[in-house]
Design a protein. Structure first.
Length: 325
């Protein structure tokens, strides 16, 4: 089976009825670029940048960020990369920062990700400046984690506009049209996906946190691990809302949570209209095998039937309607 999967590496990711799908890799370390390429990734749909901050006593400066992103672009040979701004807090910490979340009762609901960045702009600005500068070197998108309200987006866009003026003054190049997107990983963001999509160039659904926050299940707590259920109707409805908001405004919607690399859901997600899947590189060929054998049009009709019956039956049983479509 592994050798059969290997034969799919260079096959275009296209459904039987000709729908182009983007299969991208999630990366945590620059070294994993080779793994992404070996598995035929179109690009990097989620580059987690927290490692730049961890296991050290100081903070990375703009030049260090830029050197890292530019090396990534070089290794990717023209493939696009989506760089997520830092998502520190809860499970990922930096010694150089007072540990947000270490002495509060609900760290997952605390000062993390974009919230931390907006509170401490000196942490955020060097990274955003470096991402802008990297956009002059290759196809780069900037992605914001844990967006909860449009006010956060408006503040980020103001900062980006300021930094662009600064770069102009400094005579440093950037791509003026670099796409900026939001992760949809808080229920409030999914429920207001329309307003968010109006301000953003793309959306990416982060199911790991979306499930945690929607089902009130700590994603790191083994005692409730069995309740962490991507097939919960509430999760499926929030995903659907997000995809439909993007479609209505012509804003591309992808998924970069674990669910995107889970073969149980590939056909349902294709049927719901998802066209960009980003996952750990090791899952890419399994997912490609499924989509090569799928008919997106037929799956769209099945997805409608699936949602029409969602209140009557167990969603896990209902998923059987996608077998062999
Ligand atoms: C997610 O929450 O689904 C996600 C992709 O981000 P992370 O796992 O880094 O929180
Ligand atoms: Mg997340």
């Amino acid at each position: 089976r592994q050798s059969r999967l290997r034969t799919l590496v260079d096959r275009p990711a296209r459904t039987r009825d000709g729908m182009e799908i983007r299969l991208q890799a999630n990366l945590e370390l620059a070294e994993d670029v080779e793994l992404a390429k070996a598995n035929g990734a179109h690009g990097v749909g989620l580059y987690r940048t927290e490692f730049l901050y961890m296991n050290r006593a100081d903070l990375p400066d703009e030049e260090e960020h830029l050197a890292n992103y530019s090396a990534m672009l070089g290794a990717l040979d023209g493939r696009p990369i989506t760089i997520r701004t830092l998502d520190l807090g809860v499970d990922k910490h930096s010694e150089a920062l007072a540990r947000p979340g270490s002495n509060v009762s609900n760290p997952a609901l605390g000062l993390r990700a974009i919230r931390l960045c907006l509170k401490e702009p000196e942490l955020f600005r060097p990274q955003v400046r470096a991402i802008l500068r990297a956009s002059a070197l290759g196809p780069v998108r900037l992605m914001l984690p844990l967006v909860t309200s449009v006010h956060e987006i408006d503040r980020v866009l103001t900062i980006v506009a300021e930094l662009k003026r600064q770069l102009d003054r400094d005579g440093l190049a950037y791509d003026a049209a670099m796409p900026i997107g939001a992760m949809i990983e808080v229920p409030a963001a999914a429920l207001t996906a329309h307003a968010i999509a109006r301000r953003m160039d793309f959306l990416s659904i982060g199911t790991n946190d979306l499930i945690q926050y929607t089902l009130a299940i700590d994603r790191l707590d083994d005692a409730v691990n069995d309740l962490f259920d991507p097939a919960h109707p509430a999760i499926l409805r929030l995903i659907r809302l997000t995809i439909e908001a993007g479609r209505a405004l012509d804003v591309p919607v992808g998924m970069c949570g674990e669910m995107a690399g889970d073969p149980r859901f590939t056909r349902l997600l294709l049927g719901m209209g998802l066209r960009e899947f980003s996952m750990q590189p090791g899952a890419l060929l399994d997912i490609k095998e499924i989509l090569l054998d799928s008919d997106a049009d037929a799956l769209a009709r099945r997805a409608d039937q699936f949602f029409a019956r969602l209140d009557e039956s167990d969603s896990t049983d209902l998923l059987a309607v996608f077998d062999a479509a």
